[in-house]
Each structure stands twice: as C-alpha cells, then as structure tokens.
Design a protein around this ligand. Structure first.
Ligand SMILES: *[C@@H]1O[C@H](CO)[C@@H](O)[C@H](O)[C@H]1NC(C)=O
Ligand SMILES: *[C@@H]1O[C@H](CO)[C@@H](O)[C@H](O)[C@H]1NC(C)=O
Length: 356
C-alpha cells in the first residue's frame, strides 16, 4: 500500500475515533474553531520545514530543538529524511538554527526525535541532552553529551525498558535519571486506537534511574509534555486528551502525589517553565480533528497558552497567540526567553516573536 494512502487511511480512522470520542461525551471540544490572535514581530525560522516538536533552553540562551518526528496518522513534510536536533542561540538578533552532528556510531538513519530535556551537571558544567526517540516504531531514550567546541552531540547511551513503552516526553533530573510520560498503555497501533476510542485513562508517568524504574503517576488520558517547577518541588504533566495540566508534588522516593488539575480548553502538548517567573507556557492544538486528518486547504491551527500562578487558587490562563494554520500549523511547544517567544510544531515550521 502506498505510504500516502496508508497515512490517509490512518488519518480517517483517527478522525473517526476522534468523532466518536466527542460523541461519547467525555471529551468535549476535541476540535474547536479559533479566532486568530496575532503578535507583532514574528518570523519563521530558516531551515525548519518538517517540525520543531520540542525545545529546551539552557540558562545562557542556547536552545535545542527536535525536528522531523514521524508517526502513523500524522503528516510529515520530509518523510524520507531522518530526524534532527537543531541548535539555536536565542541571544542573536537573527536566530539561525543549525543542525547538530552526532558522534560516530549513532544510528542517524532511524533517528525519530520527540520530547527533549537538558541537564547541566553542576560539578563540571557538562550539558546532557535527553531525547525521546522512536526508531522503527520502537520507543527509546537517548542520552547525549553536548560538545560545545565542536557542536557535536556525543551519544552516551540508549535506554529501553518495558515500562518505557510509548514515551512522549521527558524531564531530566540527573545525568542518568528522568521522569517520562507514556502517552499510551498499548504499543500496538490498533490497540492504541481502541484505547483512545474507549477513552481509557491508562497513560502514566515513569521514573527512570539505572538502579530503579517505576510507575510514579497514572490515570491520565494521554500524558504528553512534562516539566519541573523552578523550585524543583513539582512536576507538571500535560494531559493531551484530558485538555489539562496536572500538578504533582515530588516525593523523596521519586513518587508523584497529585496536587491539582488545571482544566484548559485545548489539547495541551509540551510544557515549558520560564525560569525567571515560573510561568508555564504550552504549545497546544485547538482542533484535534484537523491535526489527524490533515488537509492543506483547512490546516490545523496553533494556540499558545500561558499559565501564571498555577499553585494559587486562581491561576491566570492567557491565550497569548492563535493562528488558524495560515502561518503556523500544529503547535506543540512554546518557550519564552528574554522577551521573545518561540513556537514549535509537530511537523510544520518554527516561529520566533520579539514581544519587546
Ligand atoms: C467548549 O468551547 C466553547 C467555545 O470555545 C466554550 O464556550 C465551552 O466552555 C467549552 N467547553 C468546555 C467543556 O470546555
Ligand atoms: C485564516 O486566517 C487568514 C487571515 O489571518 C485568512 O485569510 C484565511 O482565510 C483563514 N483561513 C481559514 C481556513 O480560515
């Protein structure tokens, strides 16, 4: 069967499933029409044409970006091209992403990156980059060391574990330790559709260290982005189908205890915490149906939401940017650095706006 036909068929099934979910009543507003909300001084980033799914920014403004993710049912504008990690210096006036090289021996041909997270070792300032990878429909986590002099990602190890069956995003909490979200319970594609169809909340969060791997939170419809509060006491998890941000408190044994769920009205993807303010930024999907049943005539839109004071009784939720897909489609992350907003997408371009 032709690839395009396969993608179309899978898309139709997904759209059908999505429709059913809406009809089942426990997932309202899976697909919303949105009114545009523009920002001044926005530019598309050069060289980003096949996604900028997740971003992480180092304190000095150097950022990593994952690109080229492919998944059944999602469109790809570069289906034959392996995934890439781009490096950006957000201090530059004209930000120019450069595709990073990898150390020898790392299999680039099957590289299919999704969520990423950086970790800086305070002992020697080593920068580690953790990347969720889906090579050949498998799920792994790759740990790299960043060689700043040579602009190379040195591959240190590939992590596979039966509890890491469908990893979407990670947050590093040590040079070899992380929390990861599994967006599905099942690994088989048909069973995933069934899981979605029935609206099962079997998605979870797993803690990984070389000596211990365990489930630390569960009961999510589709766990997606994960990140940590600035004081490192809390873990924030996006529930894509639940259209919510779940707040968990870290325990001494790495277990997560639920604190609250902030309901939003959009399909929440990756999360980013502003280190200066603690605000949570997310790239989100207003229309799930358009996302999975792609049409260039009526593309999926993009929505950037900022949450302030999530721990207070009255968090402030602001829709910062909305586009109907005419400029940028399928936003999956948003990050803020020094007055500038970066908006990344699953399979489309990357946008950079100067808000000052
Ligand atoms: C669904 O969307 C409409 C229009 O944006 C909104 O008024 C309504 O509150 C939403 N429903 C839920 C359950 O979020
Ligand atoms: C999207 O918005 C632009 C204006 O920002 C408009 O020209 C275009 O027709 C809209 N497209 C859709 C599909 O609504």
């Amino acid at each position: 069967m032709g690839k395009l036909l396969k993608i179309t068929l899978v898309g139709i099934i997904l759209a059908f499933v999505a429709e059913r979910i809406v009809n089942l009543g426990h997932r309202t507003n899976f697909s919303r029409e949105v009114l545009p909300k523009d920002l001044p001084n926005c530019k598309l980033l050069k060289g980003i044409e096949a996604g900028s799914e997740d971003i992480d920014i180092l304190p000095n403004g150097v950022a990593f970006l994952s690109s080229g993710f492919k998944y059944p049912g999602l469109i790809s504008f570069a289906p034959e091209k392996p995934g890439e990690i781009f490096l950006l210096d957000l201090n530059e006036e004209n930000v120019r992403p450069t595709s990073l090289r990898f150390s020898r021996g790392f299999d680039i041909s099957s590289f299919n990156p999704l969520g990423i997270s950086t970790y800086i070792d305070e002992k020697d300032d080593t920068v580690y980059l953790f990347v969720v990878n889906h090579p050949n429909s498998k799920s792994t986590v790759e740990i790299f060391k960043f060689d700043e002099e040579e602009n190379v990602l040195i591959h240190l190890k590939t992590i596979k574990h039966e509890l890491l069956q469908s990893v979407n995003d990670i947050v590093a909490v040590g040079p070899e330790n992380f929390y990861a979200t599994n967006d599905h319970y099942f690994t088989d594609f048909t069973m995933r559709l069934v899981e979605w169809f029935l609206g099962l909340s079997w998605s979870n969060v797993v803690y990984y260290s070389p000596s211990e791997v365990k489930e630390v939170a569960s009961g999510l419809y589709m766990a997606n982005g994960i990140t940590m509060s600035t004081d490192k006491k809390y873990i924030y998890v996006a529930d894509f189908l639940g259209r919510a941000i779940n707040v968990f408190e870290k325990q001494a044994n790495w277990l997560l205890s639920p604190v609250k769920v902030l309901q939003l009205d959009t399909l929440v993807d990756n999360l980013f915490v502003d280190p200066n303010t603690g605000d949570i930024w997310t790239g989100a999907h207003p229309n799930g149906k358009k996302l999975f049943l792609y049409s260039s005539e009526d593309p999926p839109g993009s929505e950037v939401v900022r949450v302030q004071n999530i721990h207070s009784d009255h968090p402030i939720v602001t829709q910062v940017y909305v586009n109907n897909g005419s400029l940028i489609q399928g936003s999956s992350c948003a990050a803020f650095y020094d007055g500038r907003l970066f908006v990344g997408t699953i399979f489309h371009k990357g946008l950079y706006c100067n808000l000052e």
